[in-house]
Write a protein that binds this ligand. Structure first.
Ligand code: ADE
Length: 288
């Protein structure tokens, strides 16, 4: 464990990516970035994070801006229900935590949109806690390099928490993200240049099949084709709603399915159920 820690931290000191959310210790900015990074690539978050935190520099300012404004500012990040959850979290922080992001895990987990990994990210990155963050990339890396067998979600979390070098939770977790993204990739892992190659259990065994990373819980998220999917129509409908409310008769066309009003209606109903959209008079759909 000592050798692994030293290798990871040593590589990180020299090569860790310089990202805007790594230059701050402000708990709100870190919460915002981690919610964005839950399901959006670093490249895309890089393009949108600066303007979002400039527009909503504190939980209170985000809460006061209102849900519709926050959903509009989320444009380009996808999975808009996260914007609704983040706004609700901002309201809870403003009203129940005197405007300050809590540092206790139990209170973080009670915030909308904050799960095990985002809560630990806030603990480690804002408050310096020795918490091990497990996202899909880190779970895959731990399964390959450390366990050399597939891990359950709980198993990966146990490894992650046990490995954090005391007092270095920030560097450790940020570096594991970079190793997961840069080397320990889901398909086509780059073991040759990987700084962990001499310590990686899977590599030392000669990369035997089955790949322990591929069978680790939560590491494979087969994300069906986007073209023709409900997500695509949903994205088009939300984009239209950002511009203006859509009349009931226009919902199918706005979703891109002029000949399938039933499907468009189901997608619209889901947006309403999730709190992203509301129905006005005569069934006009608008952002909530
Ligand atoms: N994915 C989730 N959190 C991240 C972070 N802080 N840096 C890079 N990728 C991440």
């Amino acid at each position: 464990v000592a050798g692994l820690r030293a290798t990871v931290l040593g590589w990180g000191d020299a090569h860790r990516r310089d990202l805007p959310w790594r230059r701050t210790r402000d708990p709100w900015c870190i919460l915002v970035s981690e919610v964005m990074l839950q399901q959006t690539s670093v490249a895309r978050v890089l393009a949108l994070y600066p303007s979002f935190v400039a527009a909503y520099p504190s939980p209170a300012e985000c809460a006061d801006a209102g849900r519709a404004a926050v959903v509009r500012s989320w444009a380009g990040l996808g999975y808009n229900r996260r914007a609704v959850a983040l706004h609700r979290a901002a309201v809870a922080i403003r009203d129940e935590h005197a405007g300050r992001v809590p540092s206790a895990r139990r209170e973080l987990l009670a915030l909308p949109g904050v799960g095990a990994s985002t809560a630990r990210a806030v603990e480690a990155f804002a408050f310096g806690a020795d918490a091990g963050i497990v996202d899909t990339n880190v779970a895959r890396l731990l399964a390959r390099a450390v366990a050399a067998r597939p891990l359950t979600r709980a198993g990966a979390q146990e490894f992650a928490d046990a490995l954090v070098p005391p007092g270095r939770g920030w560097e450790w977790n940020q570096t594991l993200f970079d190793l997961g993204a840069g080397f320990c990739r889901a398909t086509g892992p780059r073991c040759g240049p990987c700084p962990l190659r001499r310590r990686c259990a899977w590599r030392r065994a000669g990369n035997p099949e089955p790949d322990p990373g591929r069978h680790t819980a939560g590491t494979t998220r087969p994300q069906g084709r986007f073209a023709g999917s409900d997500r695509q129509g949903r994205g088009r409908l939300v984009a239209a709603l950002r511009r203006a409310p859509v009349a009931a008769s226009g919902v199918a066309a706005a979703a891109g399915w002029p000949d399938d009003a039933g499907r468009a209606e189901r997608v619209a109903a889901a947006l309403v159920a999730e709190g992203l959209a509301v129905r006005g008079p005569a069934g006009t759909l608008a952002l909530a």
